[in-house]
Design a protein around this ligand. Structure first.
Ligand code: GLU
Length: 434
């Protein structure tokens, strides 16, 4: 392994704390909204449908706002300042939620939506900016960054979830805000290692006119490949994001969670995928690196296809669980764990890979807006996940899980059939990284 830039740990910790704040708040949001308005730790007293609907809109909007977040960075502020501004809005949003008041609740959510939109896409683009064109360490850098994301995602539901449920929701939200403030302090402290990255790049002006320099054919082709891969991303997250919804409810109702006489609380399983990312992140990355060294196929599109197939196969394990639960009432825990394991192995072949891919393919002046478009695809995937998951009520879990498995495998195979053609359209953007 070669050396990574000094800016990597700075962005790693900033994003780790941002995700701690994001996933911590997410873990208690629905619980808080649906909790009765009376008792020790009162909530808003909404019904499940209203709560899930707000949750769905919220998770969609935070990612959707990455589009204006990317635009602002490309056009006015550069990524570095937009990340900072986003972080401030997130901290302000969480601290507003810490106030027990319905107007504070709505205002807090709005601040979070704008804040995550400013921070999330731009910090990802900055990772790419740390590496020179052609640097083979770039993919590994994104994997390390992705592990940071998941350290935050792993700890948050456990810590914020516990504090929120036991000591008070608003304390939980406040804690998420403190996490973001720690991230911002680290970010400011580390500015000396980020001098070269995330600065504003003005769009070149054609002499005497205000028009942008037109895109070259190569740039256009690369943008087409990125847009096609974003379609795959919608399918991918549409399946994967069942974890917080249908998989979560299924775990509560149909998975045998008793080990040595102790019933593991359902919410604990929300941390399992993140834990698997931390454990398997470098293993999957070095598997791909080994293949690359042997001269075998390792293009991003190929990895995305394999990732989608492997992740989809995870849902076959849930099919197994539904068959067992049909006869025995409950299904063994191993089905759930195997399902998450396969989903995460698939995720690791796609999610950090796409982030890196975008920074290789997008023209510099559109780097952040393309990252924003990626998160817009994530937003649609999150919304799709909610729609697909809710079908289980009418069609049955067996049908939904099996349907997801078949659809993902088919999409993966389709991508495998066309990946060589798509590779041509990248015009060698990846070959230089070998
Ligand atoms: N687990 C990822 C994160 O929280 C999902 C978001 C994405 O890349 O679409 O960063």
């Amino acid at each position: 392994m070669g050396k990574h830039p000094k800016g990597l740990p700075i962005l790693f910790f900033t994003e780790m704390w941002e995700r701690f704040s994001f996933y911590g708040m997410r873990a208690i949001l629905v619980l808080y909204i649906t909790q009765e308005t009376i008792g020790n730790n009162p909530g808003l007293g909404w019904d499940n449908t209203a709560a899930l609907s707000l949750y769905g809109w919220y998770t969609m909007m935070v990612y959707m706002m990455s589009v204006p977040g990317g635009y602002i960075a490309d056009r006015w502020l550069g990524q570095k300042k937009t990340v900072f501004l986003g972080g401030i809005l997130i901290a302000a949003g969480q601290l507003t939620l810490a106030v027990d008041n319905i107007y504070a609740f709505y205002l807090g959510l709005v601040l979070l939506v704008f804040g995550v939109g400013g921070l999330k896409p731009n910090i990802s683009t900055m990772i790419g900016g740390l590496y020179k064109e052609g640097d083979p360490m770039r993919d590994a850098g994104f994997t390390i960054f992705y592990i940071g994301i998941n350290i935050g995602a792993f700890g948050a539901p456990l810590i914020v979830g516990y504090i929120g449920e036991v000591y008070g929701w608003h304390l939980g939200f406040g804690l998420a805000g403190i996490g973001m403030i720690l991230g911002l302090i680290g970010y400011m402290w580390g500015q000396r290692h980020l001098k070269e990255v995330g600065n504003f790049v003005p769009v070149k002006k054609i002499e005497g006119t205000d028009k942008s320099v037109p895109l070259t054919r190569i740039e256009k082709d690369r943008i087409i490949v990125l847009l096609i891969s974003f379609l795959i991303v919608i399918v991918f997250w549409g399946a994967y994001e069942q974890a917080g919804g249908l998989m979560n409810i299924y775990t509560r109702d149909k998975i045998d969670r008793v080990i040595l006489g102790w019933e593991i609380p359902t919410s604990v399983f929300q941390s399992v995928p993140a834990l698997f990312v931390i454990i398997f992140g470098t293993i999957v990355a070095s598997y791909w690196l080994k293949r690359q060294k042997k001269g075998k196929e390792t293009s991003s599109i190929f990895k995305m296809a394999i990732g989608t197939i492997v992740m989809g196969t995870g849902f076959l394990m849930m099919t197994g669980a539904t068959i067992e639960a049909e006869t025995g009432g409950k299904a063994m825990l191993i089905w759930l764990l195997l399902s998450y394991l396969l989903q995460v192995i698939g995720e690791l072949s796609l999610s950090p890979v796409v982030l890196s891919f975008i920074t290789k393919l997008a023209p510099v002046k559109y780097a952040s807006i393309m990252m924003g478009a990626y998160f817009a695809a994530t937003a649609l995937g999150n919304k799709l996940a909610g729609v697909v998951g809710s079908l289980a009520e009418s069609t049955g879990e067996f049908e939904v899980f099996t349907g997801i498995f078949i659809f993902c495998v088919l999409i993966g195979l389709l991508l495998l059939a066309f990946f060589k053609k798509l590779k041509v359209l990248t015009h060698g953007a990846e070959e230089m990284y070998h």
